[in-house]
Every structure is written in C-alpha cells, then in structure tokens.
Write a protein that binds this ligand. Structure first.
Ligand code: DGL
Length: 258
C-alpha cells in the first residue's frame, strides 16, 4: 500500500489524547486514524521517567505494527520524556505535544499565566527550557495537578468532586489575577468548562491540540503523505484495558463539547 493511504496513529497514557484526535479529525477528515489509549498504565504523570519512556515506546511499537504512516504522541508527559529518543529510532514522522506557552505569552493579558500539567511534565528538562525562554516576559506559575487525569479516565468531567478539586487548585490565584491558563496535559481540555466556571469566561484557556494537529498536517504535506481519497476516513480505537466500557467512554469524549 502506498504510504499516503496508511492510517495515522495517535497515542496517550489513556483518554487524554482524544482531545487532540478531536481536532485532528476536523482538520484531516479523509485520513484514517488509529487511537491507542494506555489506560491500564495511566497515569503516566506520577511515574518515573524510565518507566514512562518504556511504556511510550511499547505503544509506539504497537501502532507501527498496525502499519501507521505517522505517530502523534498526544501526551505532554510522554512527549517530554520520550519523543527525542523515539524520533532517532524511527524514520516515520513522530509528532509530539508540549504546553502551549507561546500563545499565552503572546496574548499578554494582565495577571499570571498558569500552566496546569502533570508532575513529570513540569519536572522535565523540556519544560524547564520552555520556561526559561518565556519567564522574562511574563509571570508564569507551574501548577501540577496529580489526580486530575484519574477524574477524566473515570468519565467524571463535570461532577462536584472534579469541580471541588479544580476550585481548590485555582482559587488561590484569583486575588492576584489570572491572565491566562495553559492546559499542559491532554486530559485537561475535557474539564475546560469546569475551569471556566471557576476563573470566569474572560480568562483564555489554551491547549495545544489545534497546533499539534496543524503540525501533523504540515509534516504529512511536506512528505507528500496526505491521503487524497474523497471519502470520510475510518477511526479505530484500541485500549490496553480491553474493556468495552473504556471504548464507549472514548467515543463519548470525542463527541463531548469542550
Ligand atoms: N495526557 C497526558 C499528558 O498530556 C498524561 C497524563 C498522565 O497519564 O498522567 O500529559
């Protein structure tokens, strides 16, 4: 089969990468996609670097065995620890995601920029470099959110427990003023509405899903690998849990208004 007719693979520690898939499906409707969520091993963000690297490589290999033409590591945590090494090992395009700090700095709204992400992402060198680049221009606050991924994995994106959790995290910043919020974990866009209710409609909440999807399109385009078929692409979802409930929840999240 010609490369361009092969599917695109997307992976995450679980269901978070579906927020990226949602945008990729809009931007590339004629492509076939294979999504793999590693829910059995989620969360990645509280594990150590070595383990996350191994888990990520295992999933990337699984996708490559399924014949994908490119892989999107739709997980900030996995990207921060494993993308450089994986790119060296494979010749197909490997697209990663990182906290969308640049657009937040560009908006330049009064108040601090809060970056919500996993503990591991915020501790990694990649993020430290990003911080160094922008911290002169704006006041940037790192806000690790252990436990938030688990709410999304259980399908609780709007319940009182998740709202209480977010309130506790964000309330302390309201007095000094929040300029914008960067969602540096692909699970978090699913709780965007709950965050909005806490910080107010006017605070921009930025995530990297559109930027990553555009990057995927650019890479495929530059290699002549965009699928030129006219009909709508196919989507297949796999999960390490091998439980039909998690597949049903995946489809529910893709159709969620976020
Ligand atoms: N969705 C992930 C991210 O973007 C990983 C979350 C986790 O498993 O801890 O960082």
């Amino acid at each position: 089969m010609e490369d361009k007719y092969r599917p695109i693979g997307l992976m995450d520690s679980g269901l978070g990468g579906l927020s990226v898939l949602k945008e990729a499906l809009k931007l590339l409707p004629n492509e076939d996609f294979i999504y793999y969520g590693d829910t059995k091993n989620a969360p990645y963000g509280t594990k150590d670097m070595k383990e996350v690297k191994e888990l990520t490589k295992r999933v990337v290999n699984l996708l490559i065995d399924k014949g994908v033409k490119a892989v999107v590591i739709a997980c900030n945590t996995a990207t921060s620890v494993a993308v450089d090494e994986i790119r060296k090992e494979y010749s197909i395009p490997i697209i990663g995601i990182e906290p969308a700090l640049k657009p937040a700095v560009k908006i330049n709204r009064k108040g601090c920029i809060i970056i919500m992400a996993t503990t591991l992402t915020l501790a990694e060198k990649k993020f430290k470099n990003l911080m160094e680049k922008y911290s002169e221009k704006s006041k940037i606050v790192s806000l690790p959110c252990p436990g938030l991924v688990e709410f999304v994995e259980s399908g609780n994106i709007d319940g009182v427990e998740v709202r209480d959790y977010l309130n506790e995290k964000l309330e302390p910043f309201k007095t000094e003023g929040i300029g914008s919020i960067v969602l540096g974990c692909t699970h978090y866009p699913f709780v965007r509405n709950a965050i909005k209710d806490i910080v107010g409609e006017e605070v921009p909440i930025i995530d990297g899903s559109i930027g990553t999807s555009k990057q995927l399109k650019r890479q495929l385009q530059s290699k002549g690998m965009l699928n030129d078929k006219k009909e709508k692409g196919e989507l297949k979802i796999f999960n390490s849990l091998e439980d039909s409930k998690v597949i049903d929840l995946s489809y529910r999240l893709i159709n969620e208004k976020i």
